[in-house]
Ligand binder design. Structure first.
Ligand code: F6R
Length: 367
């Protein structure tokens, strides 16, 4: 049942290239130049009237929503807010009939996310669900559903569900762009072309897992560490930090790289590991200078950078891991893979039950 892997988590990490292909299958036109989301019942007229989008989810699905915000705002220029479902209802969110509420849930059963969906509908908003389970409560109650074709996810720590949620956000963002005309057809085709390459790029990271195992084993000896990044790298850092805490029980925090000097830098001391995600070319110089700030205080920095940028980055970090380069917007679909593998190997090195971490349940049906 684990297909030769020691744990479901490792099996599911390795299923990601296939899960990406399955999630894109049938949703890209034959010539590869446009998106077709035939399962959506929303009309072009409705899409043109959307004034804002709320993305609501918990945990890892919330982290996918943080990337989703950047994707939709970049491609479709519609303002997006992303909320944790257990907070959403209690802040009196301004939900109007021209608000599209997107709920994201692997299981489709998370109590807070389901309650947010109901609240949105009560206020006259349309609800789009991104879920992995056909026939789940969230899939049944939403107005529209986009299924992530990840296949069953057994390990408590979510991996392929998160990455296929990203794939759906890319496709939906492109669908909005194509409907609203916010991007040229050629740009849409370029993004889709780059998406077709993601499965093999993910595979090439998986093929380097031995290197990540060594990195994880040295990390597993520490009790505290930091993740830093800017833009979507910050969003992926938050997911990396959650994954590591969840299964290795090592305390970590994810920080927007530019925010460190506003207090957190005080925690940087000799030898503390810092994992810096540096995939966004526009922010490259800025993040490198934040890396210098932590290095100057004795941090041991692992830089995760795009292939091709190693020489430049090597001057600033202690260790490097290069990932295949894709479009800046698509990089989370590649850069999260080393995070998943580091978490897995750190958990293993600490002798934890990787698939069933203490205190946690796969599906959270209480608020
Ligand atoms: C972490 C993890 C959780 C879930 C969260 C939401 O690895 O799996 O944070 O993402 O409990 O679950 P779903 O997506 O089923 O609503």
């Amino acid at each position: 049942e684990k297909a030769g892997y020691d744990h479901f988590m490792m099996k599911e990490i390795h299923e990601q290239p296939k899960a990406y292909r399955d999630t894109m299958m049938g949703r890209v036109a034959e010539d590869g130049r446009s998106v077709q989301l035939n399962e959506l019942s929303m009309t072009a007229e409705y899409v043109k009237d959307i004034r804002k989008i709320h993305i609501v989810a918990c945990g890892t699905a919330y982290h996918a929503g943080l990337v989703g915000k950047t994707i939709i705002e970049t491609l479709a220029r519609i303002p997006v807010e992303t909320d944790v479902a257990s907070e959403y209802r209690y802040r009196s969110p301004i939900i109007t009939p021209d608000t599209l509420v997107i709920v994201v849930s692997q299981s489709g059963e998370t109590a807070d996310t389901l309650a947010a969906l109901r609240e949105a509908k009560r206020n006259g908003a349309r609800v789009l669900a991104i879920t992995n389970v056909v026939g789940s409560s969230i899939a049944r109650e939403a107005d529209d559903v986009l299924i992530t074709s990840a296949g069953p996810e057994i390990a408590v720590a979510s991996t392929k569900a998160y990455t296929t949620q990203l794939i759906i956000f890319y496709l939906f963002g492109l669908y909005l762009a194509q409907t609203l005309g916010t991007k040229e057809q050629s740009e849409i085709a370029d993004v889709l072309g780059a998406m077709q390459k993601l499965p093999e790029q993910v595979q090439s990271v998986l093929d380097q897992k031995a290197v990540l195992r060594q990195i994880a084993e040295s990390i597993s000896k520490h009790d505290n560490l930091f993740f830093i990044g800017r833009g979507v790298d910050y969003a992926v850092s938050q997911e990396g930090s959650l994954k590591l805490k969840e299964i290795s029980y090592i305390h970590s925090e994810a920080y927007a790289a530019g925010e460190l000097k506003h207090g957190t830098l005080a925690l940087i001391e000799e030898g503390i590991p810092v994992i810096a995600l540096v995939t966004q070319e526009e922010l490259y110089e800025k993040t490198l200078s934040n890396i210098k700030e932590v290095k100057a205080r004795g941090a041991h920095v692992l830089g995760i950078v795009n292939a091709g940028a190693e020489t430049e980055a090597a001057k600033s970090v202690d260790e490097l891991f290069a990932i295949p380069k894709t479009l800046p917007l698509l990089s989370p679909a590649v850069s999260v893979i080393p995070m998943q593998l580091i978490s897995y190997y750190a958990s293993l090195a600490r002798g934890n039950d990787v698939d069933k971490p203490r205190n946690l349940a796969k599906s959270v049906t209480v608020e």
